[in-house]
Design a protein. Structure first.
Lengths: 398, 378
């Protein structure tokens, strides 16, 4: 057991640290405090430029192969990068669905052509990706999806609808799961397509969320024609390819979420230091101290459980039970953190953006509302518990 | 970075698991916990033979000279088997106190015998006020004829009734702070020492009341510098706390294993109960608690070995987390077993009671959360 870094890793850390110090936009650090989730719309342009800048400095896609525009480094460097970004309160990578999920899946299943075409533009944020999985009648039961893809010459014609599609309104491509064989058992008739969102027949309708923002969408397909060369991983093999994406999702989330939770916690501690409770500083209140300390502990625990999973990856082993817990821990921790922010603000928690009395211009109110989605998106907490129960503990299916 | 165990440590784990499965199965645990000693001379000799009594004793004193990460592995396995008896008190309390505070002569005299299994020692620091900080140490040690005379009562002293020596935290100076706390090595048979075994909820842990009435000790009984005993005592308590967390992790993992096993075979409404989400989801939550407990405990053990400046913080984070986790996991284990889990015959209560006792040893979650708050300058 050893937490120390090698000289090479230390010099990589210094490289990241000094780059961040020089290039981090100053005003961002206050804006980002409570925004530990998918960024708000007003931040998109800023984030596009930020990712581009990070990419040019070589800090996006560290673990990707060089031919895909990455640096061919290990998860260790990725972890160091994430740690430094947390310390510096750096903005997140906007094109995370591409960098964290679509890219690794294409690198795993793609043709040479596909591998050359797509991944580099993901890293530079030239092309933003979204994930077309969920439908109105298939959420947790993903394999029940009904969007159809019917062969017509060397094309497929897509009809159907996706929903809760984050970033679709600014996306250039979609990881699309569609049914190509309606007669096969439900897991066996699905194909994974790489869809150009600018194709005629694709309609994106933003959905207003409980935050008032519209960062996710409904996406309609009306006779959308897609060339068969856009199939990833083979016809009717979409379920296996899609699960690979979800595996990468959890991995990517594991790194990223730990960092975002730490940033949010630092913001919460700052908020606590500025808050009062019955006229005395909130940080002197014993109950508040207990809750803040527990948040601190849980954030650290999350980090070390992640470190155990990464150690196994670095050794070339499959992640063990500790790797499956990340999503659930993040959800529970982050929702509790946001509740605690409301508690610290007390009656002021009722005020949102626009009031001069609103704390930090309503940033925490947004984060609080947004956090309710955490236990639904990317696999509900109920589904996560099923996965742990069945695949890790080996309990029988219901 | 490598946050995993070495091949040697994995070997120690499998050796220890096999050893305790053979030597300390449930029937043995139950037989021993009904005796006042909580340990048989045969099992003690076998543990000594493995070298485990000297696992963290330096080689210069006939120990194995291993660290806390190594010890973590062994403690997890001991917790898994709810091994009763004075291993913890001898190795982590009495023995470690002599190692941390003793002079060369005292270490030479005691450590090889502890490592070999010939002597046992424990530590008495808590008093009836049950305060954890230096203010809790009030037992008076008055200077007398080159030595000291000790009078007062110590409570919750593990295995004092079977220890050869009790390391006693006492006050040689006034006040309630760190200054003035001194450690003494008191033979259990010294005149004026009275040891009373207390009935405990966790019968695998033997706790005593130790009353000292004008116990006269020579200068050789002083362990370390007079008045400066708090720092080494704190080091001992922190290290013991990490070892306790490891033991708790092992117990919690065993409860999870038993519960999952049972949920696979126990049928209700024509299906294994583990197929119902009401059971499955609870088991998933138990796994999260168990895995997280291990993560923070391993980190704390590593921090002890490295002398990391974050050591105290790591200890408190671990004890806060694991105290809650073991309590929750062992209670959930009983719940998911249903009626059988509430019986004396089933082993679950051994773990449930161990969890409760451990929760309040070296400070509970509330205490350690406040300590975390202080250490991170909240």
């Amino acid at each position: 057991m050893d937490f120390t870094l090698t000289p090479e890793q230390l010099s990589f850390r210094d490289e990241v640290r000094s780059w961040l110090k020089k290039n981090l936009p100053k005003d961002w650090s206050t804006k980002v405090q409570a925004a530990s989730d998918v960024p708000r719309e007003e931040a998109y342009d800023f984030l596009r430029q930020w990712q581009r800048k990070m990419y040019e400095a070589g800090f996006v896609g560290l673990t990707w192969p060089k031919e895909s525009g990455g640096r061919g480094l290990t998860f260790m460097e990725e972890m160091i990068l994430q740690e430094e970004m947390a310390l510096a309160k750096a903005p997140p990578v906007l094109n995370i669905l591409a960098v964290g999920m679509a890219g690794p899946t294409i690198n795993a299943y793609g043709t040479e052509e596909q591998k050359k075409r797509y991944p580099p533009k993901m890293l530079s944020c030239e092309e933003i990706w979204c994930q077309g999985y969920s439908e109105p009648n298939s959420g947790s039961d993903l394999a029940a999806l009904q969007t159809r893809a019917v062969k017509d010459g060397d094309h497929y014609v897509i009809n159907g609808q996706k929903v809760w599609t984050s970033l679709a309104h600014i996306a250039d491509y979609m990881m699309l799961l569609a049914r190509t064989d309606p007669h096969a058992p439900k897991h066996k008739g699905i194909t994974y397509f790489l869809l150009d969102m600018h194709t005629p027949g694709v309609t994106v309708k933003p959905l207003k969320q409980i935050t008032g923002d519209a960062e996710f969408n409904e996406v309609y397909f009306d006779n959308v024609r897609i060339h068969e060369s856009q199939i990833l991983g083979g016809l009717n093999n979409g379920w296996a390819v899609g699960l690979t994406t979800l595996m990468y999702e959890r991995l990517a989330l594991g790194f990223g979420l730990q960092v975002r939770l730490r940033i949010a916690l630092d913001g919460l501690v700052d908020l606590a230091r500025r808050s009062t409770k019955n006229g005395t500083p909130a940080t002197k209140d014993p109950v508040t101290r207990q809750k803040l300390a527990q948040m601190w502990i849980d954030t650290e625990v999350f980090k070390y459980t992640g470190a155990r999973a990464i150690t196994k990856l670095l050794k070339g082993e499959l992640p063990g039970p500790e790797a499956s817990t990340g999503k659930m821990m993040w959800v529970e921790g982050h929702q509790r953190l946001q509740e605690l922010a409301m508690e610290l603000e007390g009656p002021y928690s009722q005020l949102t953006k626009g009031s001069r009395w609103a704390v930090e211009n309503g940033l925490w109110q947004y984060g609080f509302l947004r956090s309710r989605a955490n236990s639904i998106e990317g696999g509900t907490t109920e589904i996560q518990r099923n996965i742990i129960g069945e695949r890790v503990l080996g309990l029988p299916k219901g | 970075m490598n946050f995993g165990f070495s091949d040697e440590q994995e070997l120690l784990r499998s050796t220890a698991r096999k050893f305790f499965e053979n030597e300390s199965p449930s029937e043995t645990v139950r037989r021993l916990m009904d005796t006042p000693e909580g340990m048989s001379p045969e099992l003690w000799a076998k543990i000594a033979e493995q070298g485990w009594l000297g696992l963290i004793v330096p080689e210069a004193y006939d120990g194995m000279g291993l660290g806390f990460v190594d010890l973590t592995v062994l403690m997890e396995e001991m917790g898994r088997a709810v091994v009763p008896g004075p291993y913890f008190s001898t190795v982590l309390l009495g023995g470690l106190a002599i190692l941390e505070a003793g002079n060369e002569a005292q270490k030479k005299e005691w450590l090889p015998k502890i490592a070999g299994g010939a002597r046992r020692a424990t530590l008495a620091w808590m008093e009836p006020t049950a305060m954890l900080g230096p203010a809790g140490v009030t037992l008076a040690a008055k200077a007398a004829g080159g030595g000291h005379t000790l009078s007062g009562t110590k409570l919750f002293v593990p295995d004092a009734h079977t220890a050869d020596a009790i390391v006693m935290a006492a006050r040689t100076g006034g006040g309630v702070g760190e200054d003035g706390v001194s450690l003494f090595l008191v033979p259990r048979t010294a005149r004026g020492v009275e040891v009373k075994l207390l009935p405990t909820m966790d019968q695998t842990r033997k706790l005593c009341e130790v009353t000292l009435t004008d116990v006269t000790l020579g200068p050789e009984a002083l362990l370390g510098a007079p008045g400066l005993g708090w720092k080494p005592l704190e080091r001992v308590l922190e290290r013991a706390c990490v070892a306790l967390c490891a033991e708790m992790c092992g117990g919690a993992q065993k409860v999870l294993d038993m519960t999952v096993e049972y949920a696979k075979i126990r049928q209700a409404f024509g299906k294994p109960i583990g197929s119902y989400q009401g059971v499955k989801h609870k088991a998933a939550d138990m796994l999260v608690d168990v895995e997280n407990s291990k993560s923070i405990t391993y980190y704390a053990a590593w921090a002890m070995d490295e002398g990391s400046p974050e050591g105290s913080l790591a200890v408190s984070m671990a004890k806060a987390y694991v105290s809650d986790a073991y309590r929750k996991v062992s209670a959930a284990g009983i719940q998911l077993h249903g009626g059988i889990g509430f019986t004396w015959e089933h082993d679950l209560h051994l773990y449930f009671k161990r969890a409760k006792g451990s929760e309040f040893t070296f400070g509970d979650a509330t205490y350690h959360r406040e300590r975390v708050a202080q250490l991170v300058n909240l």
